[in-house]
Design a binder for this molecule. Sequence first.
Ligand SMILES: *[C@@H]1O[C@H](CO)[C@@H](O)[C@H](O)[C@H]1NC(C)=O
Ligand SMILES: *[C@@H]1O[C@H](CO)[C@@H](O)[C@H](O)[C@H]1NC(C)=O
Length: 231
Amino acid sequence: MEGDSVSLNSDLTEMLDDDQILWRFGDENTLIAAIDVLADSMTVYDDVPDGRFRDRLKLDDQTGSLTITNTTTEHTGDYKLQMSSVIKSFSLTVYARLPVPVIISNSSHCSSSSSNCSLVCSSVLNVCDATLSWYAGISVLSSISVCDLSISLSLPLEVEYQDKNTYSCVLNNPISNQTTHLDINTLCHTCAEVHCCGSTEAVIRLVVSAVVGVATVILLVYDIRSTRGGD
Ligand SMILES: *[C@@H]1O[C@H](CO)[C@@H](O)[C@H](O)[C@H]1NC(C)=O
Ligand SMILES: *[C@@H]1O[C@H](CO)[C@@H](O)[C@H](O)[C@H]1NC(C)=O
């Protein structure tokens, strides 16, 4: 993982007098370290190819093993140990430390027509090899995985307000994960707590108007009749 040290072992117990050991990196086979036993010299070329190895390379003078300290994801790649007759290859993958995913609610407005709460889990990454997933208990509900630079991953989830499941959003790569648990009570507000009965209110107004109208007519008729009766 990013920040760790890694040793690429030569598997030699000792170096012979005429040994020359070369460490190369990447597709270009860039020479990054060399040991010449006869000349009693050890050299690290840590400014090539671009400074990513600067102050991070250590050679073991007994075995010729190479250690990379404080690794970054840029140290991912192929390494070769070249000796007089042998070439050893190493494939190194350095994984980024994952950020904690964030859950937000899309249902900020209470809607009397919907019994579901819309949620989104998201995370900003600058590496490949990471997957964002929604879990209900220990079952995966959905997953998304994108390999791009500084991509924002987001994954939606619809839950019912009264849902009693335990939901969590997990960001993981092959060696680690970060988990955020969903707190439905905090993120999803039910309609009952909010005064929002738009259509019911309209019906009540209609009924009240009708009752008042009918009463007015009855009163009017009664009034006319009593006026005539008083003649
Ligand atoms: C490790 O490398 C990072 C840059 O990638 C640097 O900021 C940090 O200071 C380094 N840590 C150590 C202990 O050298
Ligand atoms: C997350 O990692 C822990 C160990 O660090 C592991 O026990 C757990 O099962 C992992 N969770 C998932 C969902 O991968």
